[in-house]
Design a protein around this ligand. Structure first.
Ligand SMILES: [Fe+2]
Length: 290
């Protein structure tokens, strides 16, 4: 095995108190891609997928943004764990993106390289029944249900590619912590304005039974307009619902506000203390409590 791969597994073990990554990394290619082996999923796994799908789909109306709901319905992924190759073909025709199957979490360099080349990595394994409500590492349900529909939206799809390029650059500039916060608060946990009120576009919320409801309750957390630099200064919670949700006007704003070169921003942010997850700064307005 290459040195870079051994380093990756060693770092994971160090960060997670000796635990190894979930997933089968035995047959990974150079860029951590594997075969999905769709025929190997069991009837129980397909049944669990259907249960997860039905629970989430019932919660979407009035909560998820319209773009997400329309694209999700067009995927016809209700019957069982989807075949990634088939989805990849449809996605490529729509926005020029492909899907690649991966065994689980992959190193930043491989992840950003895929995104920068319009390839979205999706984990092949599904959670266990006892993890129905909560799972630590992303599984195929989170990756597919949460992320794939918006890759059919041309502006959002372009944004994710730019994010991948930005990630490769951040690795050179020492800006990964800051960029990870932006990813967390937008692509994973972002909210968007709509004429009918706030809606969800973040995959972490859309694939979570509890947070899809919680994130839109006025009393639950802070809801403030996205300011990219402020967002990149803000710490986030990985083991509880978010204490702050950042709201965009539309996907065009997300694309445009993240287009500038982040180099000076990274330098400014590094000279400041990070903000706690529940901060409210002078002049910031809580969107759901006004
Ligand atoms: Fe995700």
């Amino acid at each position: 095995m290459q040195d870079s791969k051994l380093d990756f597994f060693a770092t994971v073990a160090e960060k997670s108190d000796g635990a190894s990554l979930r997933g089968d990394y035995a047959d990974i290619s150079e860029d951590y891609v594997v075969k999905q082996n769709w025929a190997a999923y069991t009837a129980e796994e397909h049944a669990l997928w259907r249960k997860l799908y039905q629970r989430q789909a019932a919660l979407l109306p009035g909560r998820a943004c319209d773009e997400f709901i329309v694209s999700l319905n067009a995927l016809h992924a209700t019957d069982g764990i989807p075949n990634l190759e088939a989805t990849s073909k449809a996605l490529f025709e729509a926005t020029g993106w492909s899907i690649v199957a991966v065994p689980g979490l992959i190193p930043e360099l491989a992840f950003f390289t895929h995104l920068a080349n319009r390839r979205f990595p999706i984990t092949v394994w599904l959670r266990k029944p006892e993890e129905f409500d909560y799972i630590v590492e992303p599984d195929i349900f989170h990756d597919y249900f949460g992320h794939v529909p918006l890759l059919f939206n041309p502006i959002f799809a372009d944004h994710i590619q730019e994010y991948g390029k930005g990630g490769l650059k951040a690795m050179q500039l020492g800006g990964l912590d800051q960029l990870a916060r932006l990813y967390w608060y937008t692509i994973e946990f972002g909210l968007i304005q709509s004429p009918e009120g706030l809606r969800v576009y973040g995959a972490g919320i859309l694939s979570s039974g509890g947070e899809l409801t919680y994130s839109l309750e006025p009393s639950s957390s802070r809801h403030i307009a996205l300011d990219v630099e402020r967002c990149m200064r803000t710490l986030y919670k990985i083991d509880s619902y978010q204490e702050t949700y950042f709201v965009i006007r539309d996907f065009k704003q997300l694309f445009e506000d993240t287009a500038p070169d982040f180099t000076p921003m990274y330098q400014r942010i590094k000279q400041q203390e990070p903000l706690p997850a529940n901060s409210l700064l002078d002049g910031e307005i809580e969107l759901l409590n006004t």
